[in-house]
Ligand binder design. Structure first.
Ligand code: TYD
Ligand code: MG
Length: 460
């Protein structure tokens, strides 16, 4: 008999976006990244035929069903004991959910999950699988964090088959795999850490989670270059993807839901890293301000509304004569393309050119702002730096800037104004569509602007 079954089938996946390709190619069709494809071996025993046998036999075949007749229930949720973590998860951890927690090395992923595991030990007996640290290190950290050791079980193992054997014996309701990059499966010959190993190991854990109703946290390191197998390829497989962000040197950390089958995306949880690990910051409103009391040139405060609550965030710009023929455009915490677009609008519709200037824009505190409400404050910060004149003290701004120079309203205007008023701001430059008719809001003078020129005039 021909041994066709032993022939390993291969495919190619993009390290950046996880896109699948049948053949190698230089550029990923899905996301456009270059040289990002890695070869992976597909599981040799993946036999669709076996399933068909099952359907024909005793196993009931899937059939088309009216959704109204499908029995369902609200997902049972368990609190992680950390309010900000629950918020990002959409109100607690859903049983059987697989959650990927990504972030730079050293940001605090292991700390957060160990704390959550200890808090949940009563409701969901957990197993911490450490592929990076020894058990002594894990125990040492738990002691330093002042966590109760009784309910904590750990395993230093990287082979996914053995991890699942232990899980089958111990039957935890929650598994933390730290990190997914260290896991490997005997089924594949590729080196641990390669895309195929990461993908296959994660797939095993996902299958186990779904079959047994065990919740799983996968920890993944994100590399800026995406050079080694990043957790990006896993985003499709899991129920939720959370990213842990923060600035080196800042003690604040932001956990953001990037994908969530059980809750809202872009929800933020805010933490502060301290002596005793991560502490939640339940009222983070003003922590992303630089703290200086007097207004500085190049600084603008915005009210962003990432997730379900407003946050005051400071945007800083530095505009400086460039020695380069192609001046630099650097955006930290904002999208670079968006900033380039805004500078073009500033030139065309505001009559202010910065083509001979380097422009640096930074969002204070290491937070990333993704909504378009940042457009107007970014331009005001740029203008303020260019003129070397601070904006009027206690001023906030928000608003989307369109390509024809119009200032567009953004969602939840009133809530943003309320937040600014609560924190003692006195003046708000906002889109006309977000401004109250009265021209003021709880002691806040509201300047309604329709065109970029109006906004620039209001800020001068
Ligand atoms: P860690 O959870 O190991 O990060 P990750 O798993 O994302 O790589 O956190 C490491 C950093 O956190 C390390 O630089 C030390 C710091 N840290 C504290 O400041 N306080 C603490 O109580 C702990 C446990 C860590
Ligand atoms: Mg770690």
């Amino acid at each position: 008999m021909a041994k066709t079954a032993t022939k390993t089938r291969t495919a190619y996946v993009c390290n950046e976006c996880g896109g699948d390709h049948a053949k190698w190619q230089g550029q990923c069709d899905a996301c456009g990244a270059w040289n990002s494809l890695s070869q992976i071996a597909l599981e040799p025993e993946a036999k669709p035929a076996a399933r068909r046998d099952g359907w024909a036999g005793k196993v009931e075949a899937p059939k088309v069903t009216a959704l109204r007749e499908v029995r369902h229930s609200e997902e049972a949720r368990v609190s992680t004991g950390i309010g900000e973590f629950d918020r990002v998860l959409g109100g607690g951890l859903v049983e059987g959910a697989v959650v990927l927690v990504g972030g730079d090395p050293g940001i605090g992923k292991s700390t957060l999950l160990l704390q959550a595991l200890a808090q949940m030990a009563g409701a969901l007996p957990g197993l911490y699988v450490s592929g990076e640290e020894s058990l002594a290190q894990v125990a040492g950290r738990a002691v330093r964090l002042g966590l109760p050791l009784d309910g904590l079980h750990a395993l230093a193992e990287t082979g996914v088959e053995r991890i699942l054997e232990h899980a089958a014996a111990m039957r935890p309701k929650l598994i933390v795999a730290d990190s997914v990059q260290t896991l490997w499966s005997e089924q594949l010959t590729a080196a641990p850490g390669s895309v195929s190993q990461v993908r296959e190991s994660a797939a095993r854990l996902v299958r186990y989670a779904k079959e047994t109703g065990t919740a799983v946290f996968l920890v993944g390191h994100v590399t800026k270059e995406g050079g080694i197998a990043g957790p990006r390829v896993l985003e499709h497989m899991v129920d939720a993807v959370l990213y842990f962000e923060g600035e080196a040197g800042s003690r604040f950390r932001v956990l953001r839901a990037f994908k969530n089958r059980f809750g809202a995306v872009n929800e933020l949880g805010v933490f502060a890293m301290g002596e005793k690990g991560l502490k939640e910051v339940p009222n983070p409103s003003a922590i992303f301000l630089s703290g200086g009391s007097t207004a500085q040139p190049g600084s603008a405060v915005m009210v962003t509304r990432e997730g379900t609550r407003p946050l005051l965030v400071e945007v800083q710009a530095l505009v400086d004569a460039s020695p380069l023929s192609n001046p630099r455009r650097v955006a930290v915490g904002l999208e670079g393309n968006r900033m380039a677009m805004l500078l073009a609008v500033l030139h065309r519709h505001g009559g202010i050119g910065v083509s001979d200037q380097d422009v640096f824009v930074n969002v204070v505190g290491g937070i990333r702002v993704q909504e378009t409400a940042a457009d107007l404050p970014v331009l005001l910060a740029v203008l303020s730096s260019l003129r070397d004149r601070p904006l009027a003290e206690k001023t906030i701004a928000f608003g989307e800037v369109g390509l024809s120079g119009e200032i567009r309203p953004v969602p939840n205007g009133e809530e943003r104004l309320r937040e600014a008023a609560t924190h003692g701001f006195r003046r708000a430059i906002v889109p006309k569509g977000n401004a109250p008719k009265a021209g003021s809001y709880k002691g806040l003078e509201v300047v309604a602007v329709e065109r970029l020129a109006d906004a620039l005039a209001a800020a001068e």
